[in-house]
Design a protein. Sequence first.
Length: 339
Amino acid sequence: MDRSSHPRSRRFAPVVAVAAAAALTLAGCSSSSGGKKSEEGAANASAGKATTPRMTVALVTHQAPGDTFWDTVRKGAEAAAAKDNIKLVYSADPNAGNQANLVQNAIDQKVDGIAVTLAKPDALKGVIGKAEKAGIPVVGLNSGLSDWKKLNLLEFFGQDESVAGEAFGKKLNEVGAKKVLCVMQEQGNVGLTQRCDGVAKTFEGKVDPQNVNGTDMPSVKSTITAKLKQDPSIDYVVTLGAPFALTAVQSVSDAGSKAKVATFDLNKDLIKAIKNDSIQFAVDQQPYLQGYLAVDGLWLYKNNGNYSGGGEQPVLTGPAFVDKSNVDKIGEFAAKGTR
């Protein structure tokens, strides 16, 4: 399909790199990896060593302090930026209003593209519209699969959280679970809600949702511990992020519970926990791939008019299960911080 005929094409016309972009300063940290200089590789951009004009891309997420999941997203984004001669500027805030302000900062600095997560899409609708008016292409990643088209984003890279939750529920049936505690670390995050709802849709037992303050890990630990002591019939704790799974293992021990732990998302410490049976399995949505594809997608759009999924379908990066059967292979990559 001719891009010019697409309803988003007129609004997301490629923008010209701004000379002042090198001085860009946003709340957050700029990637020190920058981009490969043209003399380091061949002139053929399709060979993976771009000699195209320098771009600046802002990656704005809802990362909470201490959530190591986002380190992997960022590594993927930095790898794409290095390949594509892109200056990557990363910033994050779990508060949706503050995240919207970070997107506005990127617009004010006239970046060439924005990659953004949509954990709370309503709060970002207005500022994404401003990016559109400024001619800055915006892609979504990780959170917001149900809303990216409504907000007129160019592309989306991530996992269908409802589908992932449903797959998780079926897995719980297979292992014989009867009652699960589904721990949500950020109230109002649509992706987390979709995960728990998906589990409840296919799980044949009972799901007990539990909100916790994900920015306060001691509080997370005490809340889970108290819940397990209160209800010894809970036989599985389902967490929605790797750090919370590792904390849940401590809660199970403190509560004297026989419950097992399973989770969404990975990190290298979680790989060790699967190997030693303290965590049964995890769903991997490939965060490295999400960050990489989001940044690379913006480069491809600017330099070759490409748009993954035709602007109509998301690019799915998950779900995939990691358990004892494949943890050794996945662990090789997790040890490097890329899975």
